[in-house]
Design a protein around this ligand. Sequence first.
Ligand SMILES: Cc1ncc(COP(=O)(O)O)c(C=O)c1O
Length: 413
Amino acid sequence: MPAGSPPTPPAPWRVSRHGRRLAPSVIATALREAAAGGAISLAAGCPAAEALPVEQTLGVIDGVLSSPGALQYTDTSGLPALRAWIAGQESHRTGRPVDVTQILVTHGSQQGLDLVCRALLDPGDTVLVDRPSYSGALQLLGLHQARVHDVPIAADPELTALTRALEEHASTRIVYVVPSFANPTGASLRIGQRARLGQLAERHGCVVVEDDPYRELGFTPRGPDPDAPVAAFSERVITLGSFSKVLSPAARTGYLCAPQSLAPLLGRLKEATDLGNSALTQLLVHAWITTPGLLDDQLARLRGIYRERRDILTAAVRAHLGDALSFTVPEGGFFLWARLTDGDDTQALLTGALREGMAFVPGAAFYARAPDTSTLRLSYAAAGPGEMAEGCARLARALDRLRAPARRGEGRR
Ligand SMILES: Cc1ncc(COP(=O)(O)O)c(C=O)c1O
């Protein structure tokens, strides 16, 4: 220690090794900074305020509150009626019978992934993920001390890179994918890729986790993702579902659908972790999905809202940023994934963007290794239509500022 510098105060707590290593979420940090500065946020992956079913909730809440057990503990694995509804949905989607015992109601799909990691991973085990991949999954896999390798999956029609990676990492335990309108890219796996994933899981004895919260939010005339899930092609698949994006994240209700031989362990882990979800919110979700017409109307409304916002954002990006950003127009979900064509660093761009009064998520948050630092994620889900054009104008100003020193340098040469 240099002479005269103050002594480092003793750490107040002796925290665990993995606790020390857990970095703050890049998205949460961007959101906090945006909120603190009153910035326009194209960072948040949460539903539009008008997409939330407020009126519909007022219509069912009295019935929910007066249901027997609404304010009690309930079955750890989930409300039986809700599990039965989910089992019916998954049977329909996979084309084979799914038993209610295979379903576990979870606190969002994020808890589903946590329980799967607790069940299948020891520290140092290998997990393969798409490149890029959902940042919340990467963070959780880090917490479980997984060895995470990323390879292109959605962008690789034959899954050549994944096949090679599975051969190279023979003890891979999990392959994690977001099959429909993914976070962050908006891309969906084609039917051939889903079938191949199922075959690879069988051949290599690993488990595919398909995390599918956006599948209903397709904008093309085909509507929801029309393709069969990966679980239709193999029993070595765990499907994670969520009501967060289509009804309300405040319900914190999702689910997992697991092979019959694995479900009891996942149920015991759920019991040890939290004793079960709230009966009240499960009854509310059950009322939302079983009140005739409510869910269908809600989904049709959401597709309209997000299609319109996607169009507004893509038009604003083109108008204000022109060729500076390249992107593929998403056909569903919440996100526009883009790349700065000059290769500038989007973390540096974020600093300037926050100064201009807008926020986005730098793409580095979505890479397990060797990030492509010129990528970024813009969300059209939560920002108001009027805010999106202004947000893009601010982003363009921040980009001009970022590039100005380079241009001045060029001028001197
Ligand atoms: C791919 C993906 N998985 C899981 C989650 C978490 O969802 P939930 O609210 O169901 O935990 C998100 C939320 O952004 C997501 O994008």
